[in-house]
Design a protein around this ligand. Structure first.
Ligand code: ASP
Ligand code: MG
Length: 474
């Protein structure tokens, strides 16, 4: 039994949906028991969210335009995809109802002048309810037996609107009683990703990009052999191909490595969304809808070839904050106060490093929060700054973090050496450095302008050097 999730670009237009339908048919040749999860057509969720926000801010035009655009986008695809006049008429009627409902919701939001998280979930979840019936109908046009399922009827969540958490016990009960009979009678369920509902039936969403989460939840409840995430790239690459054209697909990765990569900005599945699958040891495979026979990445609980660098990723738009001063040495509590002040302004800290001389603490925050963080620290240490125990709070703007990810790197001598000679040879200055205690990443801060050079130099050193064994690459 397999769970297949298709992202927004995989159902982005008629051609993509036709391709997705063909991938589903192909998959069913080797395993007829397939549960499909679909995202909204690409761009639709953004359009819905934008319309609702604009309505709350007093603007009607965006949702009026969106109503037309949503109808046209779905119907244009349907006209091209659906062979039967009856299917087309039914779908048209259904979409007409959905966009009317959407406009009514936005009109209420406009009248109230207020958008609650609960209201936003109703609006933003409409995209999947429009794409799933279309994909099911496209499959029927191919002669497959398929029916769409509204996840608000099977995925039960708490009421944390906008980022609801699934309640696995009631969810699994409903998933099994609803989907297993469908599979038994040869019907492929096409389930809406991203959405669920509370026990009382109030619609919720699982957070942006939540369709991966839906797939992992269904896979877990149905004890799938594999959860497949079908996207528009060939799995997870050794680096961002826009920076490193030679980047290659990683054939296999551990859950941990995938989580580290996601944390450091690589476009992979979010660790939280993998969890239901990870807990049941279900492998996750990332594949390309538009290159189904091309290379893909398998993520399992098995660390593969420990001690090797697997991939490089980077986060941009960051600021390094330094709290510096000779009077900090041996004074307990400076670090605690620093991070309490940062937490109070709710800024996310991406990396921390303290020199053992204790004369400075430095950490990285998103640039858009750096002014606020600086002010909070100057206020917290007002007295120490007056007494010159702390010289200053010094931001270094325009930096990036580069993370080198791979299991068990700490136990492998020579990795850091190779890393820093590569950067030294390329003339890149490393501003700060941290090795994760997880052993699976080394992260460093470099000037934003050095980012591309640094990533290329590291990639060359670890992946394009023939003398050194590389992980299982294409
Ligand atoms: N359509 C939703 C979003 O854009 C969920 C998803 O695509 O996974 O966030
Ligand atoms: Mg998406």
């Amino acid at each position: 039994m397999l769970t297949l999730k298709f992202g927004g670009t995989s159902v982005g237009n008629a051609d993509a949906i036709a391709q997705t339908a063909s991938v589903i048919s192909q998959t069913k040749v080797s395993d007829p028991r397939v549960v499909v999860v679909t995202s909204a057509m690409s761009g639709v969720t953004d359009m819905l969210v934008h319309s609702a926000r604009a309505a709350a801010a007093g603007q009607r035009q965006p949702y009026l335009d969106a109503r037309e655009a949503l109808f046209e986008k779905h119907m244009a695809a349907a006209r091209q995809l659906l062979a039967s006049a009856e299917e087309l008429r039914e779908y048209e009627q259904y979409i007409e109802e959905q966009v009317r409902f959407f406009a009514r919701l936005c009109s209420s939001i406009h009248v109230l002048g207020e958008l609650t998280p609960r209201g936003l979930d109703v609006v933003s979840g409409l995209g999947e309810r429009m794409s799933a019936p279309l994909l099911a109908a496209a499959l029927r046009t191919r002669g497959e037996s398929a029916a769409w399922v509204d996840a608000t009827e099977i995925i039960v969540t708490d009421d944390h609107f906008g980022e609801a958490a699934p309640l696995l016990v009631p969810t699994c009960a409903r998933v099994q009683s609803r989907l297993i009979p469908m599979l038994d009678s040869g019907i492929t369920p096409i389930v809406t990703g991203f959405i669920g509902a509370t026990e009382n039936g109030i619609p919720t969403t699982l957070g942006r990009g939540g369709s991966d989460f839906s797939a992992a939840i269904l896979g877990s409840c149905l004890d799938a052999d594999e959860v497949q995430i079908w996207t528009d790239v060939n799995g997870i690459l050794t680096a961002d191909p826009r920076i490193v054209p030679e980047a290659r697909t990683l054939r296999q990765l551990s859950y941990n490595e995938a989580a580290e990569l996601a944390y450091f900005g690589a476009k992979v599945v979010h660790p939280k969304t993998m969890l239901p699958a990870v807990e049941r040891n279900i492998p996750i495979r990332i594949l390309n809808t538009f290159d189904p026979d091309g290379p893909s990445t398998l993520i399992t609980n098995q660390p593969v070839r420990n001690g090797l660098v697997k991939a490089i990723s980077a986060i941009r738009d960051l600021t390094l904050m330094n709290v510096e001063g000779r009077g900090m040495m041996g004074v307990p509590g400076i670090a605690a106060r620093t991070f309490r002040a940062v937490a109070d302004v709710k800024a996310n800290v991406l990396m921390i490093s303290q020199a053992s001389s204790e004369q400075s603490i430095c950490f990285v925050v998103p640039s858009r929060r750096s002014d606020q963080v600086q002010r909070a620290l100057e206020k917290e240490f007002e007295r120490e700054i007056a007494l010159h125990d702390i010289d200053r709070v010094r931001p270094v703007h325009h930096v990036a973090i580069i993370a080198v990810v791979g299991s068990g790197m700490r136990g492998t001598p020579g990795i850091a050496g190779r890393l820093f000679s590569a950067l030294g040879d390329a003339g890149v200055n490393v501003i700060a450095l941290a090795q994760g205690s997880s052993e699976s990443n080394i992260s460093m801060v470099v000037a934003r302008n050095d980012l591309e050079t640094a990533v290329r130099a590291i990639h060359r050193a670890f992946f394009q050097n023939k003398r050194i064994p590389t992980p299982q690459l294409v």
